[in-house]
Design a binder for this molecule. Structure first.
Ligand SMILES: Cc1cc2nc3c(=O)[nH]c(=O)nc-3n(C[C@H](O)[C@H](O)[C@H](O)COP(=O)(O)OP(=O)(O)OC[C@H]3O[C@@H](n4cnc5c(N)ncnc54)[C@H](O)[C@@H]3O)c2cc1C
Length: 233
């Protein structure tokens, strides 16, 4: 391409982004709920949870579900879900070991237990999303590892065989080129390994907001724009 055409192309590219805002896609949702009021007076509770990301929200929710009499307060320094929980990739994976291959390498003796716990955890997340009517576009899609080269297809087949021999292939299917094409109609892929139940896709911010609403409905007092500043015994 001639240099002048290249620079014209670059100008177009820059001008097409001139009105773009550097904000997380998920957090710009029109369904974003208003924040709960900040804490202004004094409060007491049985359980204080600091932080309105997934860790804090699930903690508060489960604490209240287990004992509805328990007085639970959650403090969030900014707004629920604004941090990692509202801006992640939306891959809700069962694996507790960041993938089976990594888990097998590091914890071969415990891998069956780790896999079982991870699947139960994802099942419980799915059940809680349904129980509380959280509209977070939760979809148990599974996940397909794909091969784009012939040698990778052979590696996937061998890996699937190894998983079968170790009793770890439950719900995981090897897809040859034709079977994969039936799922994903692309000539790029030569084979795939489909973990049918191991991953769900969801809208991460809607999950955080839905967990907040579920907490509030159960009686958790949620205060936003309320950073915890000191801890006194
Ligand atoms: C770009 C990106 C992509 C990711 N993709 C994925 C993915 O696809 N799948 C996946 O499973 N995980 C993913 N993750 C990881 C996942 O998002 C995090 O592990 C998870 O959200 C952590 O939740 P958390 O509640 O521990 O932390 P956070 O979501 O960060 O929440 C912590 C909260 O605590 C509040 N807080 C901190 N200090 C105080 C204080 N003193 N007083 C009051 N409030 C306070 C903060 O304001 C914040 O809201 C991704 C993360 C990032 C950043």
């Amino acid at each position: 391409m001639a240099p002048s055409a290249m620079s014209r192309g670059q100008d177009n590219w820059i001008s097409s982004l001139s009105e773009a805002q550097p904000v997380p896609y998920w957090l710009e949702d029109p369904g974003k709920p208003a924040p709960e009021p900040a804490l202004t007076g004094s409060e007491t509770c049985d359980l204080l949870v600091v932080g309105g990301g997934y860790s804090g929200l699930w903690t508060a929710l489960i604490a209240k579900e287990r004992d509805p009499q328990r007085d639970v307060v959650l403090l969030e320094g900014r707004e629920v879900g604004w941090a990692a929980s509202g801006r992640n990739g939306g891959f809700c994976a069962a694996s507790l070991t960041h993938g089976l291959s990594n888990g097998l390498t590091r914890w071969p003796a415990e891998i069956h237990k780790l896999e079982e716990l991870g699947r139960r955890n994802l099942d419980e997340i799915e059940a809680a999303v349904a129980r509380h009517g959280i509209d977070c576009e939760f979809e148990r899609t599974g996940e397909i590892d794909v091969a784009t080269e012939t040698y990778q297809a052979a590696e996937l087949r061998d890996w699937h065989k190894e998983l079968q021999e170790r009793g770890l292939a439950d719900g995981i299917d090897f897809l040859d080129e034709a079977a994969l094409r039936a799922e994903v109609n692309s000539p790029t892929f030569k084979a795939g390994l489909w973990d049918r139940r191991g991953v769900a896709m969801l809208h991460p911010a809607k999950l955080a907001w839905g967990l907040k609403q579920a907490c509030v409905r159960l009686g958790v007092r949620v205060y936003e724009h309320t950073p915890a500043l000191t801890l006194k015994q």
